[in-house]
Structure formats: C-alpha cells, structure tokens
Design a protein around this ligand. Structure first.
Ligand SMILES: Cc1ncc(C[n+]2csc(CCOP(=O)(O)OP(=O)(O)O)c2C)c(N)n1
Ligand SMILES: [Mg+2]
Length: 340
C-alpha cells in the first residue's frame, strides 16, 4: 500500500486546512510583532507564536456553529475559529474595517458571525461566558458545544473553578482547554500552583480530563473531537490540559529572555509547524511544493490584508457608541450618568 492510499480525501483536506491555518497564524503573529515594533499599531498585544497547534487542533475539531471564548492572547485562537486575517489585522490597526470596527483591539477580538464570543483582557473571564453559552445551547436544545480556552495561570483564579463546577453540575457542553504555555506573565507554575496534577484535579469535578501534547496538532484535534462528541451526547463538560510554550515573553515589550536559553531552545525544537509538515509528507498527504505554495498564498494574503488595513479610515469619534449598547440612546444616557 502506498502512503497515498492510507489517507482518505477528507483527512487530506482536513490536514492541509490545518497546515494552512498554522501558517496563517504564524505569519499573522510575526507581522503583528513587526508592525507593533515599528510603531504602526496602537494599543498593546500578546503574541502566541509557538502555541499555534493548540489553537488550530482544537478549533478544527469544532463545527462552524460551535462557540469559542479566548484570552488576552487570542489572535491565534480567533483566527483558528474563523476570524479573517483581514478583519483581525484591521482591528489591530484600529480601522473601521476591523472585525469589531476598532472597538475591540488586540485583546477583545470577537466575531459573532463565526460564533467567536471574544478574546478577553480579563484573565479567566471567558469561562463564565462559555458556561452561559453552554447553558443557552442546552436550553435551546441544540447540540452546539463551547470551547473555552484559558491560560495556565488562569486556572489559579476563582472563575475557572466556579465555571467548571456549574458546567459539571448542569452537564453543560463546555470544553475547558488550558493552554499551558508554562508561565503566567513571568511566574512559572511551580510558583503559583498548589495543585500537583491538574488532570487529576479536574477529574474531581466528575468530568473527563486528559493531558495532550499541545504542539502536536493532531493530538489536540483528537482530544477536542472526543470531548465535543461527549458533549453533544449530553455527557457534559471536559477538561484538556494542552502542554505548549510561547516563544516570546508575556507581552510585546517583554522579549522573554529571562527564561533559560536551553528551555527556549528545547521548545523551539518542538515547533508545531515543521513537525506537522513532516507528518503530512510522511503520509503522502501533500508534497513539499504543495506546502510551500500554501505558505506563499498565506503570506500574499496577509500582505494584502496589511496594505488594506493601513489604507482604511479610522473611526469617527461620533461613532463611539455604535455597536456597544443594544439601544445606543440608553447607552449614551448611561455614560452621562443618567440611569434609564
Ligand atoms: C483578572 C485579571 N488579573 C490580572 C490580570 C493581569 N494579567 C494579564 S495576563 C496575566 C497572566 C496570565 O497568565 P496565563 O493565564 O498563563 O496566560 P498567558 O499570558 O500565559 O497566555 C495576568 C496576571 C488580568 N488581565 N486580569
Ligand atoms: Mg501562561
């Protein structure tokens, strides 16, 4: 049997789509870093280079109508779930063509057309939102699931516990996926986490819990696929500990060089993109030339997105309350201190 006959067409398409998204996010994050450093982007940001396999593997296991919540480090997660690079890049530039019309910025990218309920600058704040979405799906009787990304540091804060408790109690279709990039800001988990094994801890809620190699896109995909299937069968939430690493520091002003050089090098050697490229080639799902072409297409698309974003207008001050309140008049009164 030749390698070509091992993989069915559907799997090949899935793999190439996942490769494309890995590359898309890597290009996006590199460009965001460069543009910010060159003084072209306002605000503040957190780059997720190194963590792409967790974002892509997880979101590829969802249906388009499933929901997702993310964190302050949400560029990769939101793009993996379907936010366009055009909309995301324009959002970083603070332009009207941004996916949130410049009202979200780097840390609050949301896109309801993709059921992306938002990246979130408040640590752990995505979890209660995910539980609310899960409760809504359950009450409405849909079989949608909710993927809740959060950081390793977020696990040490109350909302994660409250959310997991509620989701377990009410058997809600929520997948709690901890993106364990080993640090909360510059604090290693040995300095903030009293729980010896978070997978065993999560099992204490009476839910399924597993640990995966977060730099292996297929391992993450399989874990989320299984968790989603359980949730759709009405078997409630799951917890996934995805072990990964961010190559750079906590935020864009932090080069992260305070970490041991050997540690950074060891994780870079586990770069999820060449790793998956190797799997694709070994299984005959594509050739090097096919994968190079995907990379070139994504780079060209991103460059066009950057040019379009730079050329787009900034929002007018008078539009500040649009899209913020359901009723803009009530919103304006609230801001002026007039209670409706
Ligand atoms: C409620 C709250 N507390 C503190 C902060 C400041 N803060 C921003 S990111 C961060 C660390 C988060 O670490 P982790 O959850 O591991 O995510 P990572 O940055 O590693 O992706 C902290 C403390 C915040 N944004 N929100
Ligand atoms: Mg972290």
């Amino acid at each position: 049997m030749t390698p070509e006959t091992i993989l069915d067409a559907e799997t090949k398409t899935l793999w190439l789509d996942m490769f494309r998204k890995l590359v898309r996010i890597r290009h996006f994050e590199r460009s965001a870093f460069e543009l910010y450093t060159a003084g072209k982007l306002p605000g503040f940001m957190h780059i997720s280079i190194g963590q792409e396999a967790t974002a892509v593997g997880a979101c590829s296991a969802l249906r388009p109508d499933d929901y997702m919540t993310s964190t302050h480090r949400g560029h990769g997660d939101t793009i993996a779930k379907g936010v366009s690079v055009e909309g995301a890049m324009a959002e970083l530039f603070g332009r009207v063509t941004g996916v949130c019309r410049a009202k979200g910025g780097s840390m609050h990218i949301a896109d309801f057309s993709q059921n992306v309920l938002g990246a979130n600058g408040i640590v752990a704040a995505g979890a209660p939102i995910a539980v609310g979405a899960g409760l809504s799906a359950k009450k409405r009787g849909t079989d949608q699931v909710v993927l809740c990304f959060f950081g390793d540091g977020a696990l040490a804060s109350g909302p994660i516990h409250e959310s997991m408790n509620c989701a377990a109690l009410w058997k809600l279709p929520v997948i709690f996926l901890r993106q364990n990039n080993q640090y909360a800001e510059s604090t290693p988990r040995t300095d903030y986490q009293g729980i010896p094994d978070v997978v065993e801890w999560a099992k204490g809620y009476g839910i399924s819990a597993v640990r995966v190699d977060g730099n292996d896109v297929l391992a993450v995909y399989r874990a989320v696929k299984e968790a989603a299937a359980r949730a759709r069968r009405g078997e409630g939430p799951s917890f996934i500990e995805s072990e990964t690493y961010r190559w750079y520091g906590h935020n864009i002003g932090d080069p992260g060089t305070w970490r041991p050089k050997e540690e950074i090098q060891a994780w870079k050697a586990k770069d999820p993109i060449p790793r998956f490229r190797k799997v694709i080639l070994e299984n005959g799902a594509a050739t090097d030339a096919d994968l190079d072409a995907i990379e070139a297409e994504e780079e060209a698309r991103l460059q066009a997105a950057i040019e379009a974003a730079e050329a787009a207008p900034k929002p007018k001050p008078g539009t500040a309350l649009e899209d913020v309140y359901v009723d803009p008049d009530l919103g304006a009164q609230a801001i002026q201190g007039v209670r409706p």
